[in-house]
Structures are given as C-alpha cells and as structure tokens.
Design a protein around this ligand. Structure first.
Ligand code: FAD
Ligand code: DHB
Length: 389
C-alpha cells in the first residue's frame, strides 16, 4: 500500500490530523492498535481550549461540540472552606468548552468514516523504517498477516506507550521527566454536577476536582496514593472523601450515586526533544505528558497537530519545507509553557508527602495572592484558556 502520511495511533491526535489533512486533499492511513470501541471506552480529558474547538471546526467536526458542549466562563478554586472564582471571559475574552475527549474522538471517527478514510484497527508489531532516508515505510501485522505501507512522512500519534518515540535513536533524543508521588482516582456518575463551574480544591486531605460532562453526568477526581487500586475504593468511600475535601457549603449540595466508571491515573510531566527525526514527527502524548491539573494534555496534543498540519499543507501546496523543518521548535515552545502551567497548578493544589509546614504556608500564600491579585488571575486565565498557537 502507499499513502502520503502514515499516522500511527487512532486517538484524538491521529484522528484530528488525518481529518484535517483530508480537508486539504492530503491522503493518510491511520493505524490503531486497539478496537474503536476500546478507544471510545477510555474516559479522559473534559475541557477544550478555543484552539482545539477551532481545529474541530476546520475539520468539519464541530456541530455536536457546539450543540452539546458547555461553554464555561470561569472556574472556582477552593482551599479548606474558602473559595474564589477566576473569570476567564472577563480576563481574557475567551471561555473554555466542557466536552469530553470521548465525544471528540467519536465525532472524529464518524467524520473519517463518512469521508471513507482508511483506519486499520487491531494492528500489531508496528515498525517504522527509513525515516532518515528517502523511502520511509511502516510494517505491521493484522490477524497475523504482514503488511507494509510506503509513504512520504510518518506521524507518531501513538501516545506515551507507543512505538514512535522509541524509533528515534537514544543518541538523538533527550527526555525530561518528573514523576509525582500521587495519583488521581476519578469517577463518572450519572448525577447532576455539584457546581455549575469546575472546582479545583486544595484541602488538608489532598486535592479534589469537581468536573462534569453534561448536566446529568458528573466527573470527580481525588488525589490518591500511588499504591491504591480501584478496588480499594468503594463508591461510598470515594463520596465520603470527596465530601471532606470541598468547602462545607458545597459538600451540602453534593448528589451522590453509583459510579459508572472508576480509574486511577498516575501523574507525570514528560517531554522528549526533538519532536522530529527525519521523516518522523511525534504528536501529543507520544512526545509529552502533563499532569492532568489544568486539563492541558489533549489541548497540547491539538496544538502539535496544528503545527504539523500547517507544515504539511505548506509542503504539499507550495513545495516549501519551512513549516515541517520548524515543527519541532514551534511545537516544543508551546509544549514547555503547558508543562510549566500544569506543574505550577499541580504544585499549588496537591499534598506532597515531603511537604514541610513552610511549604504549606507557601501554598496558602500563593492561593491568597491568586485570590486577590488581578494580574495573577490574568496569568492563570491566559494559560487555562490556552496560549495562542
Ligand atoms: P492517546 O489518546 O494516548 O492515543 C494514542 C493512540 O495510539 C491510542 O488509541 C493507542 O491505542 C494507540 N497506540 C499506541 N501504541 C500503538 C501502536 N504501537 N500502534 C498503533 N497504535 C498505537 N488530559 C486532560 O487534559 N485531562 C484529563 O483529565 C486527562 N485524563 C487522562 C487520564 C489518563 C488515564 C490518561 C492516560 C491521560 C489523560 N489525559 C488527560 C491526557 C489526554 O487524555 C491525552 O493528552 C490525550 O489522550 C492525548 O491524545 P493522543 O492522541 O496524543 O494520545
Ligand atoms: C477534567 C480533567 C482535568 O484534568 C481538568 O483539569 C479539568 C477537567 C475532566 O476530566 O473533566
């Protein structure tokens, strides 16, 4: 088989890139290790920046997002029983959109299928070849049968555990990593959200986040120990712990119910440099991970897609390789700012095992500064709604 771009990974990065390229007549094939149902069963991000909303519009996939997504003009931050609001729209002119990653992915699959896009599911043994020469190609198996696709370029959109990053020799790549000493336990429940806006809560018992997917579907998270497993947490224990971590006047309104999904995610900051090696480009979680605090993971994946899409269109439409040559530099410049924001927001809100009484005072001082200082709120809001591409 032959195509212009082989896209490894059928998560949001790979599908968005494929659909955008299609809108400009550039052919691609997506290779996905899992089934479509499996990809759609993963509950992940919930907050979209304006940038990804615009890309979904450009990809012709934003109708349901606009009909069902909920624009949020601000967010709430609490510490103990204190709570304050940061008004994104007043401070930056831009709201964010609450619309789940699962729905983004579903919309993209639908569009790819409607356009007759080629997606191979349940691929195995994916190997990248010839990225440093003139004959890049990808080999893989489906049901034990070996296949090969020749291409111009390869987009590694296969997440943190994929093969693409590993295809770049260790002598070429540098990895930066910080692993956090806690995880997030998340549940989805068919209950009305406790608050119209998200609440990021710092409490003496650890972080909590009250989020949502729609007016009848809540998403809540609590900081948990890395040694915890989902089975250690009954629904009742989860609700009780969440109750203790949010302000008492909010907890009073918490509607509880059975969880329909429960999972634990570790927290990590990670960046690999460069994001391009010859004909191979890394996008999204394949190149970088942020801790989820601040909802930057999916949004940063989308900004990579934007830079790569722009570079590839320029290449095919004008013959100039300037955009693809500068892809790694442009993407990394924005990635590092998202890394900084997620690291800062995580540090502000979590309990760390080695935190001293001085460190705790610093957290409170910073929260009170943020509460009272418009310039600090503006800096937070600009990062939360997403820095410009
Ligand atoms: P992925 O979504 O990981 O997609 C990669 C795809 O590649 C997958 O479908 C995978 O099956 C496929 N793949 C892997 N290896 C291969 C291979 N060898 N061959 C073919 N296909 C392959 N972000 C937030 O902003 N907020 C959150 O609350 C949040 N929660 C998260 C919870 C978890 C458990 C995780 C893991 C991430 C979370 N994130 C969150 C981050 C966000 O979901 C990611 O940033 C986003 O999914 C990145 O998209 P992606 O397409 O780059 O990677
Ligand atoms: C969600 C996740 C986040 O990490 C975040 O900062 C906000 C919302 C969510 O899953 O709804």
């Amino acid at each position: 088989m032959k195509t212009r771009i082989v896209i490894i990974g059928g998560g949001p990065s790979g599908l968005l890139l494929s659909q955008l390229l299609h809108s400009r007549g550039i052919d691609s094939i997506v290779l996905e290790r899992k089934t479509k149902d499996y990809v759609l069963s993963r509950i992940r991000a919930g907050v979209l920046e304006r940038g990804i909303v615009k890309l979904m519009e450009e990809a012709g996939c934003a109708d349901r997002l606009h009909a069902e997504g909920i624009p949020h003009d601000g967010t709430l931050v609490s510490y103990g029983d204190e709570m304050f609001r940061i008004d994104f729209t007043e401070l930056t002119g831009t709201p964010v959109m609450v619309y789940g990653q699962t729905e983004v992915t579903r919309d993209l699959y639908k569009a790819r299928e409607a356009a007759g896009g080629r997606i191979e599911f349940e691929v195995d043994c994916v190997e990248i070849h010839g990225t440093d020469g003139d004959a890049p190609h990808v080999t893989y198996t489906v049901d034990g049968e070996a296949r090969r696709i020749d291409c111009d370029f390869i987009a590694g959109c296969d997440g943190f555990h994929g093969v693409s990053r590993q295809a770049i020799p260790l002598s070429v790549r540098t990895e930066y990593e910080k692993v956090y000493p806690f995880g997030w336990l998340g549940i989805l429940s068919e209950t009305p959200p406790v608050s119209e806006e998200l609440i990021y809560a710092n409490s003496s018992r650890g972080f909590a986040l009250c989020s949502m997917r729609n007016p009848q579907l809540s998403r809540y998270y609590i900081q948990c120990s890395l040694s915890d497993s989902v089975n250690d947490w009954t629904d009742e224990a989860f609700w009780q712990e969440l109750n203790r971590r949010i302000p008492a006047n909010v907890a009073e309104k918490l509607v509880t119910g059975p969880s329909i999904e429960k999972s634990i995610a570790p927290l990590r900051s990670f960046v690999t440099e460069p994001m391009r090696w010859g004909k191979l480009f890394l996008c999204g979680d394949a190149a970088h991970i942020v801790p989820p605090t601040g909802a930057k993971g999916l949004n940063t994946a989308a900004s990579d897609v934007h830079y790569l899409y722009e570079g590839l269109c320029q290449f095919y439409e004008t013959g100039s390789s300037d955009g693809i040559d500068r892809y790694s530099e442009k993407a990394l410049s924005r990635v590092w700012k998202a890394e900084r924001f997620s690291w800062w927001f995580s540090s502000l809100l979590h309990r760390y095992p080695d935190q001293s009484p001085f460190d705790l005072k610093m957290q409170i001082a910073e929260l009170e500064f943020l509460r009272s200082n418009k310039a600090a709120q503006k800096a937070m809001a600009e990062n939360y709604v997403g820095l410009p591409y």
